[in-house]
Design a binder for this molecule. Structure first.
Ligand SMILES: Nc1ncnc2c1ncn2[C@@H]1O[C@H](COP(=O)(O)OP(=O)(O)OP(=O)(O)O)[C@@H](O)[C@H]1O
Length: 225
């Protein structure tokens, strides 16, 4: 099976204030072009899991594979590069640099990767903004645009290095229903038109029901996938 992302027997404990087995034997994969969602009650371990899957947390046992490459055990420097190259991330809050322009915000992860010229990166960033129908905002300061527009800029930024998978932690959590619908449709188009794989933590049942697959968590375990 060709998984873009695969978790094998992931276990995690928090040690303070007392030992807490927060993730228990998590195993599942996300296939190329699959749009999967993770649901579960508050405290079931969704964000903790996503933090591991996105390679930001390395304090766990088990194995994480990205594009058939074992990433568990790599150095922080290697992980930073693997992450920047392969994973786009969209959060509930957009984390844009408010003093920077929309275009500059979108270009940042590509500048960090430093594989392309400034002109190429700028061209790509403009294309991403056009694709998300916000090309006209390129030169606006990030602080000057609406909440829905900010989330679309955050999506453009997550896509700038053409990741293998786009992950979201409650990406519509701060948005009204109109803007949530926009974000869902953007994700669906990315899957259908570009074969992108997506994994999104959400509390929105309507959103999750329209994804290809719901991965359901309870008490640190996957109870359905
Ligand atoms: N740093 C930490 N130390 C100890 N316990 C933690 C820590 N971070 C989270 N927890 C606990 O781990 C459990 C899982 O938390 P997590 O944030 O992953 O849940 P979640 O399913 O994403 O919840 P929500 O839907 O509310 O965001 C919770 O009981 C939480 O209190």
């Amino acid at each position: 099976m060709n998984f873009v992302l695969e978790a094998k027997n992931i276990n995690k404990h928090f040690h303070k204030p007392k030992d807490f087995h927060v993730l228990k034997n998590i195993s599942f994969g996300v296939k190329q072009g699959e749009f999967a969602s993770i649901m579960g009650k508050s405290g079931s371990g969704k964000s903790t899991l996503l933090y591991i899957l996105s390679t930001m947390d390395t304090d766990y046992t088990g194995e994480l594979h990205l594009n058939d490459q074992l990433v568990t055990g790599k150095s922080q420097k290697e992980l930073s590069r693997i992450r920047n190259r392969n994973i786009g991330f969209v959060f509930q809050f957009h984390y844009l640099l408010s003093e920077f322009s929309v275009l500059e915000n979108v270009m940042l992860p590509a500048k960090k990767l430093a594989e392309k010229s400034h002109a190429e990166i700028e061209k790509n960033a403009k294309q991403k903004l056009e694709m998300l129908h916000i090309g006209h905002l390129a030169n606006q300061r990030a602080s000057r645009i609406s909440g829905g527009e900010k989330q679309r800029v955050a999506i453009a930024r997550a896509l700038i290095n053409d990741p293998a998978i786009l992950m979201g932690d409650e990406p519509t959590g701060n948005l009204d229903s109109h803007n949530s619908e926009n974000v869902f449709n953007i994700f669906k188009n990315l899957k259908e038109q570009q074969g992108l794989s997506l994994l999104v933590v959400t509390h929105d049942v309507d959103f999750a029901n329209r994804t290809d697959r719901i991965i359901e968590m309870e008490d640190g375990m996957i109870i359905r996938h």
